[in-house]
Design a protein around this ligand. Structure first.
Ligand code: MG
Length: 392
């Protein structure tokens, strides 16, 4: 197998994304764009070394970006991309590589099989690039209007990496610099330099995902690709409620009627457990509390089944295209005993919230006869709800 060295061109100072740092150093779902571009070539058996060309002013960002990857020291770039590549090739010359792949740092999605295809082509061709045939209709513009159509047949969009016999591309770059030393812009890719030197360049099918990150929309697309379309954030809310126990014939807890020698006092059915859980979900949404949504002063809620309140909280989560992930409820009382009703409570909560029962927990505790719950003056409930919401 012929071994290739990779030259990654990260010398650009393009800050079109409006960030302080050039795009190759920006974070892309937890790693810099540059680190992802470098990683695409690591561990490939035909890659003998990876060398990065940078603007020395960005050395600190480079070090942070590639910490722990154990690469050779970066190579100082030049004023243009073309100058940077030439500097990079000159730095590689003492290694006398057989092949060199030149790659833009702003393309973090090079697939392993695209590298394989390029290397396979280089077994015969002296130069080869990844490219995609143009599928969109092409127009030449004059101001805001079409001036003429352009025939797209035989047109390709050039990507990187672009691969070359090292000696041939190094000679081509030196010749280009000698013949046009005042070229302020420089060539936009190495295939142009190679073509000017008369090399025959093979077109190798590229990959539509091998996008060059140029603007903020590209970066957002790349993030979605890495994180999945449905990026969610997780939020947790807590709720707490107390209702007084007065003489009566039973209590309603988690929607379950339990015979008892007292009842809970309240405007609605006084289901302290459902109130705490409703507040927990509203808390996770940042949507106020149960009193705002269902004011005790409103006669509609007199004696109401508190399942309506919890159902409304569930609806609010759905309206935000979110999901309830988990609820954990603790009832605090000496009596009635909760244990015998726990399964029915979980089943009822699962029904109201339209959740699998394994996403719901109901626990109970006493306060060792201390305080108002210990004296059977009231029942307290506390709840924690975890919800997932799509990121904007
Ligand atoms: Mg209440």
């Amino acid at each position: 197998m012929r071994l290739a060295h990779v030259l990654i061109v990260a010398g650009g100072s393009g800050t079109r994304l409006g960030a302080a740092l050039p795009k190759q150093y920006l974070d892309l779902a937890g790693q810099s764009v540059l680190r992802r571009s470098v990683s695409a070539f690591r561990d490939h058996p035909a890659i003998a070394g990876i060398h990065v060309v940078i603007d020395p002013r960005h050395r600190a960002a480079y070090e942070t970006s590639l910490a722990g990857l154990d690469l050779p020291p970066p190579i100082a770039g030049g004023a243009t991309r073309q100058d940077s590549v030439r500097n990079g090739l000159a730095a590689l010359a003492p290694l006398a590589p057989d092949l060199v792949l030149i790659h833009d740092a702003a393309r973090p999605f090079v697939a392993r099989d695209a590298i394989d295809r390029l290397l396979a082509a280089l077994a015969e061709a002296e130069a080869a690039i990844l490219a995609l045939p143009v599928v969109d209709s092409l127009k030449r513009g004059a101001g805001d209007y079409i001036d003429a159509a352009v025939d797209r047949r035989d047109l390709w969009r050039a990507q990187t990496p672009q691969g070359f016999r090292f000696a041939a591309i190094f000679a081509a770059h030196r010749r280009a610099a000698d013949s046009n030393p005042t070229n302020a812009e420089g060539a936009s890719d190495d295939a142009a330099i190679a073509a000017a030197a008369g090399l025959r360049i093979r077109l190798v099918p590229g990959d539509p995902d091998n996008l060059k990150i140029t603007n903020a929309a590209d970066l957002a697309w790349a993030e979605r690709r890495l994180m999945g379309e449905n990026r969610m954030e997780y939020r947790t809310g807590s709720g707490f409620d107390v209702h007084r126990l007065i003489p009566g014939d039973g209590v309603t807890l988690c929607g379950i009627r339990i015979a008892h020698d007292r009842r809970l006092e309240g405007h609605s059915d006084a289901d302290v457990a459902l109130h705490a859980l409703t507040d927990a979900i509203l808390g996770a949404l940042g949507a106020g509390d149960i009193g705002q949504h269902f004011p005790p002063s409103d006669s509609r809620w007199r004696g109401a089944d508190s399942a309506r309140f919890l159902d409304r909280a569930r609806e609010l989560v759905r309206e935000r295209k979110g999901a309830i992930v988990h609820c954990d409820l603790t009832l605090i009382c000496e009596a009635p005993k909760i244990g015998p009703h726990r399964a029915a409570m979980i089943a009822r909560l699962a029904e109201i919230l339209r959740l699998a029962p394994d996403r719901i927990s109901v626990k109970a505790t006493t306060t060792e006869k201390l305080g108002f719950t210990g004296r059977n003056e009231g029942i307290a409930a506390q709840a924690i709800a975890t919800i997932a919401l799509p990121l904007a």
